[in-house]
Design a binder for this molecule. Structure first.
Ligand SMILES: [Zn+2]
Length: 370
């Protein structure tokens, strides 16, 4: 229903009403401008935080993009509220036109919560998560697998395959696996086309981290980039920290290692070489497609580090490397790979030629269209 005289584009508040049908299931009904409404579910094999705190990072970047105030019908942790001002400062500093600051309303703030002793680490079975899980094994008590972000909530086959691997890998690494399934991305942020990589994925992971406050006092988001390559990105050491509450500190992973350093470390782990999952394209529903940029680049790293990986078994095909599709960020990754090979004294002229050819080809395709 629309109020008389109200324009369709009139800004209204984005309101968030939380619910929890049982301790393992939390949800939010969100009503946004233009009468859009969403019901989001987050479920786990562990009990979850039923306050409004986990929904702060989930909703705030979306409200900023929509340029509307956000109102929580529930208690939000006071430290999380304080930190979220910093999150807004970072996002609006990076993207002043598209993510201006907004205001947050809430019922009342919780006083501080004492953090649980657990230390969690997000664990997708990728290079970054295997590296952090192995490198910080001494302090990590739980690994956290999320279904609903890189794997769509309704892709049950791939999710089952990925989850089985995460369970087996966590078992071999001696850590309990916390399993979470959420419709947050598919139901909410994708509906508003909030850019997953550039803006939202750290905030979405922080939603899960905060939801696990009954068990975890610290949650590590494995890093994507070393400190020298940091740029505005949805998971960044400054932004991730700004999604912390009194109960859960959100930590960004290691910044002093390149992707090659990480691969060099994880090829020594039989567990990583059995369960590694790097593919986002999952062509034909495959665990790793072995044809996309991420698969090929990881395969190269493993070869150069002298490893063998059961989930990337095919020999490197220079023809496939030549044909891979590159945008400017990926061109940069290939240039870094060529420089890294040179630095490490690895001689593979055919592969270097293939990478250079892919870089040249990508400029031509960019200029003349695909
Ligand atoms: Zn792939």
């Amino acid at each position: 229903m629309k109020a008389l005289g109200m324009k369709d584009n009139a800004p209204t508040t984005m309101s968030v009403e939380t619910f929890s049908p049982d301790p393992h299931h939390i949800g939010a009904r969100i009503r946004g401008p233009k009468a859009r409404s969403f019901t989001i579910h987050t479920e786990s094999n562990h009990s979850l935080d039923t306050s409004a705190t986990p929904w702060l990072s989930a909703v705030l970047p979306v409200a900023m993009q929509v340029k509307t105030p956000v109102d929580f019908d529930g208690d939000v942790d006071s430290v999380a509220i304080d930190n979220s001002h910093r999150a807004q400062e970072i996002l609006s500093g990076w993207h002043p036109r598209h993510y201006p600051r907004t205001t947050i309303g809430f019922r009342e703030t919780l006083t501080s919560v004492s953090p649980a002793p657990g230390v969690g680490c997000f664990f997708s079975c990728g290079v970054d998560s295997f590296y952090t899980a192995i490198n910080q094994s001494d302090r990590i008590t739980h690994l956290v697998f999320v279904h609903g972000y890189d794997i769509k909530p309704d892709d049950h086959d791939l999710a089952a395959q990925a989850l089985a691997s995460a369970r087996a890998a966590a078992g071999e690494l001696g850590k309990p696996l916390i399993e979470v399934r959420t419709t947050l991305r598919a139901e909410f942020s994708d509906s508003y086309r909030v850019p997953w990589g550039h803006i939202y994925h750290g905030a979405a992971l922080a939603h899960v981290a905060q939801a696990l406050s009954p068990h975890l006092g610290t949650v590590i988001i494995p890093s994507s980039y070393p400190s020298g390559s940091l740029k505005p990105w949805g998971s960044h050491p400054d932004l991730d920290a700004a999604w912390s509450s009194s109960g859960v500190t959100v930590e960004h992973g290691e910044l002093d290692v390149t992707r090659f350093d990480k691969i060099t470390r994880i090829v020594e782990s039989p567990t990583a070489m059995t369960y590694l999952r790097v593919c986002w394209e999952n062509r034909d529903g495959r665990y790793n497609c072995e044809r996309c940029f991420k698969c090929l680049r990881t395969r190269m790293g493993i070869t150069f580090a002298g490893g063998e990986c059961a989930t990337l078994p095919s020999p490197l095909d220079p023809q496939a490397v030549k044909r891979v599709s590159l945008n400017s960020a990926r061109r940069q990754r290939f240039r870094e790979t060529i420089a890294e090979l040179d630095r490490r004294g690895v001689h593979d002229p055919e592969l270097v030629r293939a990478m250079k050819s892919a870089i040249r080809r990508s400029y031509v395709l960019q200029r003349f269209g695909r």
